[in-house]
Design a protein around this ligand. Structure first.
Ligand code: KG4
Ligand code: ZN
Length: 343
């Protein structure tokens, strides 16, 4: 079964064709980053206008690269939440029209569940496992019992981790989006130059929660408070990047390892743009070497960020169960209220 998956929740205009929930026949991502870079962030009105201009071309390219025609597509799926409303509406409207015109099933997809499905396109993983969903808009540590059954153990109580990378990068004029830029710059910096504190979230309900507003403030205007004695002012940007990145990822790791210990779940599946972070990947790889019982599964770089393949892949799982969405399905900017729980 060939599914066309469309993703337009933010600044990537993406379409992919995936066969049987696993085989990626094509995966086209047209990024709007150059369009928004000069504003140091995504401008929602410009994003939705660009999606409107690009969506036909992107879907056509996905069909061409997969060497299939419109008549070969068995179902069509699109992200319906969460995201920028104007952007979501373009992909969702396109998918509904495509489904209606062809008389094929339409499936509305949750973006966060799709990020968690992305590694399944490349790996076989048994449920249950722990999910680490880290993107520009959300940061969630969850228990996954099925592709659409997750229990949130912890989430950010303020900014998302990717958002913190973007804001710190924006403040120092390093470029947009900030994650990759800071990751690259950190490679030449001293991660012990600044001793930024971890948030004090360790009790009861907040045991697995995350917080980034304090770190963000520290990294942009409280450097003097946290510089290590060996640092000579003026500060080097690479040192700020390396110290910020280390703390941002250590905040994630602290909550993640608590969850591993408390749940006894030894497999962690990561998804979302921040899953591309090299420090995160290298720390977890070292943990796997030391403790052979632990398994950390990351999507390949192309599948960390927003893409249509994860949308088409997850849609196939719904189709297998005979689940379709009605054409009156609406878009929502808000993240779904997943059930919350504690081990
Ligand atoms: O999943 P994604 O493409 O879009 C959302 O759903 O938000 O994630 C984008 C986020 C941005 O905040 C970007 O700065 C961050 O992922 N990101 C990274 C890296 N690459 C992208 N953050 C840290 N390290 C990276 N290498
Ligand atoms: Zn995303």
């Amino acid at each position: 079964m060939k599914v066309l998956g469309i993703e337009t929740s933010c600044d990537e205009c993406a379409a992919a064709i995936v066969e049987d929930g696993k085989y990626i026949l094509s995966n086209i991502v047209a990024t709007q980053i150059p369009v928004h870079a000069k504003y140091k962030g995504v401008v929602p009105e410009i994003a939705s206008r660009k999606h409107t201009e690009w969506i036909n071309l992107v879907v056509q390219e996905a069909l061409d690269n997969a060497k299939v025609e419109v008549k070969d597509i068995d179902a069509v799926a699109a992200t319906s939440r969460p995201g920028l409303l104007g952007s979501l509406l373009v992909g969702l409207g396109f998918a509904k029209a495509f489904a209606w015109a062809r008389g094929i099933p339409f499936i509305a997809i949750d973006h966060m569940l799709a990020h968690l499905y992305a590694p399944m396109l490349e790996h076989t993983v048994q449920y249950p496992f722990l999910g680490l969903l880290v993107s520009g808009g959300h940061s969630i540590i969850c228990r996954a019992d099925n592709y659409d059954d997750i229990t949130v153990l912890g989430a950010t109580i303020d900014d998302a981790v990717g958002e913190a990378f973007d804001k710190v990068s924006g403040f120092y004029d390093l470029g947009y989006p900030g994650g990759k830029v800071i990751d690259d710059l950190a490679g030449t910096g001293d991660s012990n130059a600044f001793k930024f504190p971890l948030p004090s979230l360790h009790k009861g309900d907040h045991r697995y929660d995350l917080s980034y507003s304090g770190l963000k403030t520290a990294a942009v205007n409280q450097l003097d408070l946290f510089c290590a004695p060996h640092i000579n002012k003026p500060y080097k940007l690479s040192d700020i990047a390396a110290s910020f990145q280390k703390t941002a990822i250590d905040i994630l790791l602290r909550s993640l390892f608590r969850a591993i210990e408390d749940t006894g779940l030894n497999t962690v599946v990561a998804g979302g743009g921040v899953a591309a972070n090299s420090y995160l990947r290298s720390v977890l790889a070292k943990h796997m070497e030391v403790n052979r019982e632990l398994t950390f599964i990351f999507p390949s770089m192309e599948l960390c960020g927003d893409n249509g393949a994860m949308i088409a892949g997850l849609a196939y799982q719904y189709l297998l169960q005979g689940i379709h969405s009605p054409l009156k399905e609406i878009a929502s900017a808000r993240v779904k209220s997943f059930k919350r729980g504690y081990p």
